[in-house]
Ligand binder design. Structure first.
Ligand code: SF4
Length: 244
C-alpha cells in the first residue's frame, strides 16, 4: 500500500472510531495475535458498489452518517478533509436547503452553512419565520474541496448516493437549492442559476426552488432582491407566505 493510501485509510479509520464514540460505543473487541495483520475485509470500504450497498442499508440518518464518515471514494478530498460534513437540522423537515460543499469553517466544525454565508442564511430563515432547527441543511459533497474549488463531476457522482439516501430518509416536501452547483447537480442540468431561479421545479415529486448561494449574495448584494423573491415564492408554495 502506498504511503498516501495508508494515510487515507488511517484517516478513515480514525473518523469511523470517532463516529462510533459519538454514537456511544465505548469499547471494541480486542484483536487476537494472529489477527494483528490487518484484514482488508475489515477496512473501511473504498469501492463504489460497497459504499452504495452500505448507504442503501442505512435506515436512519445516524447510520448513514457513520457510513459517510468512513468514506474515502474521493482520494483527494478524503486525504485533505478534517472530517466529513453530513447534514444538520430537523430529520423530518418539510424543507431542505441544499448547498454545494463544505468550506473551511464547515470542515473545522463538521456542520454545513456556518461562517459568514451561514449567518446570512440564518437571517434569510428568520425573515421567513424559520430557524435552522426547523429545516434540514445539507450539501452536494460531504467533504471540503481543497481551496474551496468547485466539486468535480466524479466527486459529485461519488457523493450522489449519500445525497439521495439522505433525502429519502428526511423525505422533504420542498428543496431550496442554494447556488448553481447545487441546482445543476440536483436537477441534472447545465442551465444557469439565473434561468433556474424564480420558478418551481420537480425532483422526484419534491418541489424545488433554486436561488443564489449566500456566499454569492455577500459578494453581490444587488442580487438579494431576487433571492428574497425566490424565498417568497417558496413560502407561498409551502402555505406560509411572508410579507413584502
Ligand atoms: S465527498 Fe462524498 S463520496 Fe467523496 S469522499 Fe467525501 S463522503 Fe465520500
Amino acid at each position: 500500500m502506498s504511503e498516501e493510501s495508508a494515510s487515507t485509510v488511517n484517516r478513515a479509520v480514525l473518523q469511523t472510531l470517532e463516529s462510533l464514540r459519538a454514537a456511544g460505543v465505548q469499547q471494541l473487541a480486542s484483536i487476537s495475535a494472529e489477527d494483528e495483520e490487518p484484514n482488508v475485509e475489515q477496512l473501511p470500504a473504498t469501492s463504489q458498489p460497497l459504499q452504495e450497498e452500505r448507504a442503501a442499508l442505512a435506515t436512519t440518518l445516524e447510520q448513514l452518517q457513520t457510513v459517510v464518515a468512513a468514506c474515502t471514494l474521493c482520494d483527494e478530498l478524503a486525504s485533505t478533509r478534517s472530517q466529513t460534513v453530513f447534514g444538520v437540522g430537523d430529520p423530518k423537515a418539510r424543507l431542505c436547503f441544499l448547498g454545494e460543499a463544505p468550506g473551511a469553517d464547515e470542515d473545522r466544525l463538521g456542520e454545513p452553512f456556518v461562517g459568514r454565508g451561514g449567518q446570512l442564511l440564518d437571517k434569510i430563515l428568520a425573515a421567513c419565520n424559520l430557524k435552522r432547527e426547523d429545516v434540514y441543511l445539507l450539501n452536494v459533497l460531504r467533504c471540503r474541496p481543497p481551496n474551496n474549488r468547485n466539486p468535480q463531476e466524479d466527486e459529485a457522482q461519488n457523493c450522489r448516493q449519500f445525497l439521495d439516501r439522505q433525502l429519502e430518509l428526511v423525505a422533504p416536501e420542498f428543496i431550496c437549492c442554494l447556488g448553481a452547483v447545487a441546482a445543476q447537480n440536483l436537477l441534472s442540468t447545465t442551465v444557469s442559476i439565473g434561468r433556474l431561479r424564480g420558478k418551481l421545479h420537480d425532483y422526484q415529486g419534491i418541489q424545488v426552488v433554486c436561488t443564489y448561494h449566500p456566499a454569492y449574495l455577500l459578494r453581490n448584494p444587488s442580487a438579494k432582491k431576487d433571492a428574497w423573491a425566490d424565498m417568497k415564492l417558496l413560502m407561498r408554495e409551502m402555505g406560509t407566505p411572508v410579507g413584502e
